[in-house]
Write a protein that binds this ligand. Structure first.
Ligand code: ZN
Length: 375
C-alpha cells in the first residue's frame, strides 16, 4: 500500500518512474460516439486488452479502469466529442504493474455493455456503453466544421410595432433600440469575427418568447437585447447590463424586469403562461450554466466599454427578464441609457454614442470568446 502511494506520487511528480519495462498493449486512441440515449467509449489498442478492475467513484463522479502493463502516455478528451457525460480523461501509473484510466463524468452513469470488437487491421477496440443513471439522454450536437465558424450574435431591438416602450421628450424606445441594433450588427459583422443578425428587422411587434425562438432557430451563440429605460428621477443616467436570475439584485432591477416583461401583454394575451415549448427544453443544468456564462459575458462587456460611455451605479444587475430565458444561449439585456434624462436622451440620439457602445460590446465579446476558447 505504501509502495502504491509512493509510486503514484513519484509518477505524478516525475512521470514514468514506476512504468513497467514491457507492455502487453499500447493505447492508440479513443473513439467516442454519442447516441440518442447512450454514449459509447472505444479504447483503441494494438493488442487485445481487458481491464483487470473497473469501478465507479463519486464526488466527483468518475469511472475508473485498471489495466495490467498498458502503455498509455498522455491522454485527453478528443475535442470532437459532443456528448454530455464525459468531462475529461486522465491516466496514471497506479503501481508498478497497473495503469489507471479515469473518465471524469458529469453525472453518475451505469454501464450498459462492455465488450471487445475484433480488430480492424491491427487495432483492437474495447467498448463500453454508458448511460446517465438519471435517464437524461445526452445531447447530440453537430460535429465541428473544420474551419471554426464565426460565433452568431442575435441582436434584439427591444419593443416594436404597437409596443413603443419608454418615451423621452423626443425619442421613443423602439426607435432608439432599432437604430442601435443596426449599428451594432454592422460593427460586429465589419469586424470579420462575428455573424450578427437582427431579431426584429422592422417596426413590428414580436412577443418576448418569440424573440428567443428566433435566436434559437438561427443557432445564436449569444443573445443581446437592447433597451432604453425611463426613471421618475430625471437625474438617473447611464448604461447598465442585466442578466437573468430568479432573484432580482434589487427592487429597481425587479421593477424594470416587470416593465420589460409587460411587452408580452401588449396584445392582450400573456404569452408568458404559454411558453411550454421553452419550458420543455429548459434543462435546469444548462440554464444554470448559461446564467453563469451570461454573467461573465456582461462583465466582459462592461470591462470593454470605452470611457465615453457613462455607466449607471452598479452597472451589472440581475432580474427575471423573460427575453433572457433561452436555456442554452448566454443572454444579456443592455439598457442603453435613460430616456427620462435630458443628457442621456441627447446621447441616445447621437451616432457617436451608438459607435462607442458597439465598440464596447465588440470588445467584451472578443474577451468572452477568447476565454471560452482557452477552456
Ligand atoms: Zn425596454
Amino acid at each position: 500500500m505504501i509502495f502504491r502511494k509512493v509510486c503514484l506520487w513519484l509518477t505524478l511528480l516525475m512521470g514514468g518512474m514506476c512504468a513497467p519495462s514491457s507492455y502487453a498493449a499500447t493505447l492508440t486512441g479513443f473513439h467516442l460516439e454519442v447516441g440518442a440515449t447512450a454514449e459509447r467509449i472505444a479504447i483503441l489498442t494494438d493488442a487485445k486488452l481487458t481491464p483487470k478492475a473497473s469501478f465507479m467513484l463519486q464526488k466527483p463522479d468518475r469511472m475508473v479502469l485498471d489495466f495490467n502493463h498498458f502503455k498509455v502516455g498522455k491522454v485527453s478528451l478528443p475535442d470532437t466529442y459532443r456528448g454530455r457525460l464525459i468531462r475529461g480523461i486522465r491516466s496514471g501509473a497506479y503501481d508498478a504493474n497497473t495503469t489507471r484510466l479515469v473518465f471524469d463524468l458529469s453525472a453518475p452513469v451505469k454501464v450498459l455493455a462492455n465488450y471487445h470488437v475484433e480488430p480492424e487491421g491491427k487495432i483492437w477496440r474495447y467498448v463500453i456503453d454508458i448511460q446517465s443513471k438519471n435517464g437524461a439522454p445526452p445531447v447530440v450536437a453537430p460535429p465541428k466544421p473544420s474551419v471554426p465558424a464565426k460565433p452568431k450574435i442575435a441582436v434584439d431591438a427591444g419593443h416594436g410595432g404597437q409596443d413603443p416602450g419608454a418615451r423621452g421628450k423626443q425619442l421613443i424606445e423602439k426607435q432608439v433600440t432599432f437604430k442601435f441594433a443596426g449599428a451594432l450588427v454592422k460593427r460586429l459583422n465589419d469586424s470579420g469575427r462575428y455573424q450578427a443578425f437582427l431579431v426584429r428587422a422592422n417596426d413590428r411587434f414580436i412577443a418576448l418568447h418569440d424573440r428567443v425562438k428566433i435566436a434559437r432557430a438561427k443557432k445564436a451563440d449569444v443573445f443581446i437585447s437592447l433597451h432604453a429605460d425611463s426613471n421618475p428621477n430625471p437625474k438617473a443616467r447611464g448604461l447598465s447590463l442585466y442578466t437573468l436570475s430568479e432573484t432580482a439584485s434589487d427592487a429597481e432591477a425587479e421593477a424594470l424586469a416587470a416593465r420589460e416583461n409587460k411587452s408580452d401583454i401588449i396584445e392582450g394575451v400573456d404569452f408568458g403562461a404559454t411558453d411550454a415549448d421553452v419550458a420543455d427544453i429548459l434543462i435546469e443544468l444548462a440554464q444554470r450554466e448559461t446564467m453563469s456564462q451570461s454573467a461573465t459575458l456582461a462583465k466582459d462587456m462592461l470591462a470593454g466599454m470605452p470611457r465615453a460611455v457613462t455607466l449607471l451605479v452598479r452597472p451589472h444587475r440581475y432580474a427575471g427578464f423573460r427575453v433572457l430565458k433561452a436555456p442554452d444561449i448566454p443572454s444579456v439585456l443592455v439598457e442603453l441609457g435613460f430616456l427620462s434624462s435630458p443628457q442621456d436622451e441627447r446621447m441616445l440620439a447621437s451616432a457617436n454614442y451608438a459607435g462607442h457602445v458597439s465598440n464596447g460590446i465588440l470588445k467584451g465579446l472578443d474577451q468572452y470568446f477568447k476565454r471560452k476558447k482557452a477552456h
